[in-house]
Design a protein around this ligand. Structure first.
Ligand SMILES: C[S@@+](CC[C@H](N)C(=O)[O-])C[C@H]1O[C@@H](n2cnc3c(N)ncnc32)[C@H](O)[C@@H]1O
Length: 239
């Protein structure tokens, strides 16, 4: 982001923060169904650093959220926070912890994103900044987990074949047997040539029980792949 845009955002931050926290209070004002939470994640609104948004297809993210809800997750790990839309959903579902990671610094978003869990929830949201491919960043995630295993891992960061494969290899060991790992953008037809998640997805499908949530088989982009982690842990990828 250029400096002028950043400066504009910083100057507007106090006002935007007040407005967005009011919007969050509206979201928290009554108990929400999962369907409502997904709709809030897609249409929360806001602006600058105080914007909450997810770039997902509603039917796909709802199907994933239902699958995650069915395992009553305690801890969720996400690679790719962006504008916090999916983190809002995970914060509704996880009973103890959401750890969400991004290359981008989330200092300005932190006062908003860490307040996502609904009233009465004991879920804590931790925002980590860094490159998921770096060993020191993985060690930071490990420290944040403090030896606990994750129930659900959402991989939605680097979409290159090499990048998403590295994320799977590096973080799958944190997921408990019986847990879930999901990947975003698994359809082959993609708007950007660098989106190559489908290549990893094709390799993973034969290795474990999987489901694909794809709104329209002809669509360009999107699609969510879900792996059910077997009793012996998430499978290694053959070379
Ligand atoms: C598609 S967005 C995530 C969207 C979000 N999960 C949602 O649907 O609301 C991808 C994010 O991953 C981040 N990202 C890309 N490569 C990364 C990496 N190597 N480590 C950490 N984050 C990364 C980008 O900065 C971007 O914000």
């Amino acid at each position: 982001m250029n400096r002028l845009k950043h400066l504009g955002r910083v100057l507007r931050q106090p006002l935007l923060k007040r407005q967005t926290l009011r919007r969050l209070a509206e979201y928290h004002a009554q108990p929400r169904s999962l369907e409502e939470v997904v709709d809030w994640a897609m249409n929360f609104g806001g602006s600058g650093y105080m914007r909450v948004k997810t770039l997902q297809i509603r039917s796909e993210i709802l199907a994933l959220a239902r699958a995650v809800q069915s395992i009553a997750p305690r801890i969720i790990l996400e690679i790719g926070t962006a504008s916090g839309g999916t983190a809002l959903i995970w914060s509704y579902l996880a009973s103890e912890r959401v750890i969400t990671c991004d290359l981008k610094d989330m200092t300005y978003q932190a006062p908003l994103f860490t307040r996502f869990p609904p009233p009465g929830s004991h879920c804590q949201v931790t925002l980590l900044t860094g490159d998921s491919h770096r060993a020191d960043f993985k060690a930071q995630v490990e420290r944040a987990l403090g030896g606990a295993r994750v129930d659900f891992l959402f991989i939605d960061g680097d979409h290159s074949e090499q990048g998403v494969t590295a994320d799977y290899r590096d973080y799958k060991g944190f997921v408990r047997p019986g847990g879930l790992i999901a990947f975003h953008d698994i359809v082959e037809k993609q708007p950007l040539p660098g989106n190559e998640v489908f290549r990893l997805w094709q390799r993973l499908k034969p290795l474990a029980e999987t489901e694909a949530f794809i709104d329209n088989p002809a669509q360009c982009g999107f699609g969510i792949g879900l792996m059910h982690v077997p009793a012996q842990g998430a499978p290694d990828l053959p070379d």
